[in-house]
Write a protein that binds this ligand. Structure first.
Ligand SMILES: Nc1ncnc2c1ncn2[C@@H]1O[C@H](COP(=O)(O)OP(=O)(O)O)[C@@H](O)[C@H]1O
Ligand SMILES: [Mg+2]
Length: 403
């Protein structure tokens, strides 16, 4: 906020007057006031004064109405136009009584009539003008902040609305799609059972394609449903120990871990604030991928955590600015740099399901879960050299549920 710090230093005043005697008089008047200090400068020329005024070099401007060719009102108007935001006080002669109203209308903070005021009046007039300006500025800043907050609120309300709509759409679509799909699925399976080997070999193969296709579609619909449920079925946040989350995850993955002879290492894990079931889902998707997208050698997965300053716009609701940054590093096939962002989109995969099973919904769900926890997720990788997935989660003492 642009505010003149007036408490600790002398007030800088520019007196604009072509009469030096009057300047001396004013100085003398003000110097009699002991508890406020004034640094009074003088400009005789219209243009000199204007230059200082448009750059706001002083705390206040005292402008004589009579300035030779032009008037103090001309100067006042031009200075305001050119960006002067300091209080301007017009000093009129005894004969210029009508000027006062005009001055106030033009934007003067106050006016004084020559010969009719003493130092105390002048000092009070200056102080009021400055105070008034400051409170105007404060009000303006407050109004601007309120307006900005209102825009922000509207934007996030709009976002919440469209998110809710989208989720409802996904939920309904996947629910309603399941019914006809179940129909297709049962009849294709019936075909397979009854007619496998009784038609020609092409027909057998076609039936098998249809069975596989239906199974895949079912998986994808389940995926959309799971994705939409991140928001619709999310639980309130509470303190969740990540060591516990990891243990449960490893139990769920026990079969693939044993099969692949994976080695999984982890630092001590912190307590975060979140939805436990979703955090298990997050860990399981990421560690599951690390096991699935492995190379010849047996997979090695390394989980580390450190504290980090929250990125802008990702601070917790209570204002805490530290988050936990998790990394899950593997020694698998890695991901080409160009695809590192895309793989977080729904159904985006880099391999056919024959090579690596899956539908490509896992990372989209991971991102949704992390975002629901007000965090970020990304991956760093070089193809052929393993991948490291990073994500942030709020510390346990942070905000309550965001949904
Ligand atoms: N740890 C990883 N190493 C290499 N590639 C990965 C890894 N994790 C994910 N990917 C790539 O990102 C794609 C999307 O992952 P995901 O959404 O979990 O789907 P899915 O596991 O069903 O393929 C994967 O198909 C794969 O190409
Ligand atoms: Mg996956």
């Amino acid at each position: 906020m642009k505010e003149t710090e007036i408490s600790n230093r002398p007030l800088k005043i520019l007196m604009v007057d072509d009469d030096e005697d009057y300047l001396v008089l004013i100085k003398r008047k003000l110097h009699r006031i002991s508890d406020v200090q004034f640094d009074i400068q003088w400009a005789m020329e219209y243009n000199d004064a204007l230059r200082d005024m448009q750059h706001n070099l002083h705390d206040v401007y005292l402008i004589d109405y009579g300035l030779g060719e032009r008037t103090g009102l001309d100067l006042l108007r031009e200075a305001l136009l050119k960006g002067c935001d300091r209080p301007l006080i017009i000093i009129t002669g005894q004969g210029d009584r009508r000027v006062d109203m005009e001055a106030m209308r033009a934007g003067a903070a106050d006016y004084l009539v020559k010969g009719s005021f003493d130092g105390n009046t002048l000092e009070r007039c200056i102080r009021y003008a400055i105070e008034h300006k400051r409170s105007e500025e404060r009000e303006r800043a407050l109004a601007a902040a309120t307006a900005a907050a209102e825009v922000e609120r509207e934007k996030s309300a709009e976002l919440a609305r469209s998110n809710a709509e989208l989720e409802q759409f996904a939920y309904i679509a996947s629910h309603d799609l399941q019914e006809p799909l179940r129909n297709i699925s049962s009849f294709v399976q019936l075909l397979a059972r009854r007619y496998q080997g009784r038609l020609d070999s092409d027909a057998d193969e076609f039936i098998q394609f249809a069975v596989d296709g239906v199974a895949r579609m079912e998986e994808m619909i389940k995926g959309i449903l799971a994705y939409s449920r991140v928001e619709t079925h999310g639980k309130d946040f509470k303190a969740v120990g990540c060591a516990d989350v990891l243990q449960k995850t490893l139990k769920n993955l026990a079969l693939s871990i044993e099969e692949s002879q994976a080695e999984i290492l982890s630092n001590p894990l912190p307590v975060v604030r979140g939805d436990e079931a979703q955090l298990i889902q997050l860990f399981q998707n990421l560690i599951g991928n690390a096991l699935k997208f492995r190379r010849e050698e047996s997979p090695r997965v390394n989980i580390t955590v450190r504290s980090r300053a929250a990125a802008k716009g990702h601070t917790a609701k209570d204002g805490s600015s530290e988050v936990w940054l998790f990394s899950i590093e593997d020694n698998g096939i890695g991901i080409e740099r160009n695809y590192c962002e895309q793989i977080f989109s729904m159904f985006r995969r880099l391999h056919s399901p024959e090579v690596y099973s899956g539908t490509g919904i896992g990372l989209a769900i991971c991102r949704k879960i992390v975002e629901r926890h007000n965090g970020e997720i990304w991956v760093e990788s070089t193809r052929g050299e393993g991948a490291t997935f990073y994500f942030t989660l709020p510390p346990s003492e942070a905000a309550t549920s965001t949904t």
